[in-house]
Design a protein around this ligand. Structure first.
Ligand code: COA
Length: 251
């Protein structure tokens, strides 16, 4: 990873983490997952940090897992960087805010279900093409999305794998606000700072209360999804789908 693939900045109690591979639509590599996991876990115990904001540099949030990286180093077991990242956001005890513009593919959408506040630009397109790629949902999304959006909307998004708009994300309940693209960064910064300024103990307890009933089930589902996902990554249909993507791109 170049040192710059994750941009880290701290301002007024907010830790901002930017995905920074715009030429690759901010596709996430193992190194990027490891850096994100490290930063989020450190922020959890850093008294100066009251909220974390994730965003994508350039026009897109992220196109999800880096396909090359996945083919070369398929994650397996609970020692993989992607697992560390997903565990870090699941266990994060402070407000987690996301600012989305453009593409949010795969984990780019599923990580939003762990966020507390999501701001989407009008250009946002959310998609979870797991089935299309011969994969299964990950990051606890098969549990969290039906909870947020209801079975039918979740089934539509997973089973067709088609992109949905910012407005549909708002109606489904995983987007809090839709704003013009040029206002996303400013609005997200404002909202994250507001959250960071709230009384810390009350905030932490509130987040814990909001999640505690679902946490054991979420952990169990994430483990099951990870097992199925790892097995599917080794399957011919998934490797073929990924190879097709790379071949179309002339790799
Ligand atoms: N992994 C690796 N590289 C990726 C990538 C990914 N997930 N997503 C995009 N890229 C790369 C492309 O290979 C291309 O690289 P190149 O310029 O060297 O050829 C560059 O980013 C731009 O992407 P491109 O596909 O040309 O942009 P687009 O606007 O036509 O399409 C997407 C955007 C996101 C729809 C398309 O790139 C895509 O489907 N990506 C794969 C998403 C995916 O399957 N994620 C994994 C889910 S588990």
């Amino acid at each position: 990873m170049s040192d710059q693939d994750i941009v880290v900045s701290k301002d007024q109690g907010v830790l901002a983490l930017g995905f920074n591979r715009p030429a690759k639509k901010n596709a996430l590599t193992r190194e990027m997952y490891a850096a994100l996991a490290r930063e989020i876990s450190a922020a959890n115990v850093d008294e100066e940090i009251g909220a974390v904001l994730v965003y994508g540099e350039g026009n897109d949030f992220t196109s999800g897992n880096d396909v090359n990286d996945f083919l070369e180093h398929p994650p397996s077991g609970d020692d993989s960087p992607v697992w560390h990242f997903l565990t870090a956001i699941r266990e994060f005890s402070k407000p987690l805010v996301a600012a989305v513009t453009g593409r949010a593919v795969g984990v780019g959408t599923t990580m939003l279900f762990h966020c507390d506040y999501v701001i989407a630009g009008e250009s946002s397109r959310f998609s979870m093409p797991f089935v299309n790629l011969g994969l299964v949902p990950e990051a606890g999304s098969s549990y969290l999305l039906p909870l947020i959006a209801g079975h039918h909307r979740a089934a539509e998004l997973f089973m067709f794998g088609e992109p949905c708009s910012a407005q549909r994300g708002y109606e489904a309940g995983f987007v809090n606000e839709v704003v013009e693209d040029e206002h996303v960064a400013m609005r997200a910064g404002e909202r994250a700072k507001q959250l960071a300024d709230q009384p810390r103990t009350a905030m932490r307890e509130t987040k814990r209360l909001l999640r505690q009933a679902h946490q054991p089930q979420l952990i169990a589902v994430m483990e099951e999804e990870a097992r199925l996902f790892s097995a599917a990554l080794e399957s011919d249909e998934t490797r073929e789908a990924f190879m097709n993507f790379l071949m179309k791109k002339g790799k």
